[in-house]
Design a protein around this ligand. Structure first.
Ligand SMILES: [Ca+2]
Ligand SMILES: [Ca+2]
Length: 216
């Protein structure tokens, strides 16, 4: 085996590690939610995550990340408070899946709501959803395992007719029993369209390997 042939697998593996380490935000399979990991600050004097809207009593946590990739998350401290993502453009009839990481703080109990919402319009100035409400998928999350990051996985939903945009809103005390004591944090807000194409390509790959083996 030539020296080049011996080195090629190492070069390939190194390239994969480099690409993986960059965590390319626009790669296929990434969350459609802008700044989904809360790692990008908007650069104002008081730190806050860019491309997120907040109301009520919230905080930007700078030293707690759900999966160790990054350092930041978003917090809700009290009832009648929320975080809302920027708008994502959607296509009626397509299937979407979503999930997010959350952590109840040590002294917290109660509930919060996680809500995938659909709207008919887009606000080109603020970047949020606008227009008429077209439906939602809302999950109430009760306090548990305080102090530990957990993942909420939501069943897939079909985008309703008449929807142009979607956002994910995390709130407390509006649609649920609300909080007592401390609050909770969220991170890795993940909305995506599952790709049947990638499954099909994998299946073709397996079929080709099988055909190759049969010929040998
Ligand atoms: Ca984060
Ligand atoms: Ca992270």
């Amino acid at each position: 085996m030539s020296r080049t042939a011996r080195l090629l697998p190492r070069i390939g593996a190194t390239a994969c590690l480099i690409v993986g380490g960059l965590g390319l935000p626009d790669q296929a399979g990434a969350s459609l939610i802008p700044n989904y990991d809360f790692e990008v600050d908007n650069g104002e004097t008081s730190p806050s995550p860019t491309q997120w809207f907040a109301g009520g009593n919230v905080a930007y946590e700078l030293a707690d990340d759900s999966d160790g990739v990054g350092e930041r998350s978003a917090q809700i401290n009290a009832n009648a408070s929320d975080w809302r993502s920027s708008a994502v453009f959607v296509t009626p009839g397509e299937t979407m899946k979503w999930k997010l990481d959350y952590k109840w703080l040590d002294g917290a109990s109660g509930e919060f709501s996680a809500d995938l919402r659909f709207f008919s319009g887009f606000d080109p100035i603020g970047g949020g959803t606008s227009g008429a409400f077209r439906g939602e998928q809302r999950i109430v999350v009760a306090s548990s395992s305080n102090g530990q990051w957990q993942t909420l996985n939501v069943n897939s939903i079909e985008v309703p007719a008449g929807a142009l945009t979607a956002d994910i809103r995390i709130s407390s005390g509006f649609f649920d029993a609300g909080l007592s004591g401390d609050g909770f944090r969220i991170d890795n807000v993940d909305l995506r369209v599952p790709e049947p194409g990638s499954v099909a390509i994998a299946a073709v790959g397996v079929a080709l390997i099988g055909a190759h083996r049969r010929r040998l």
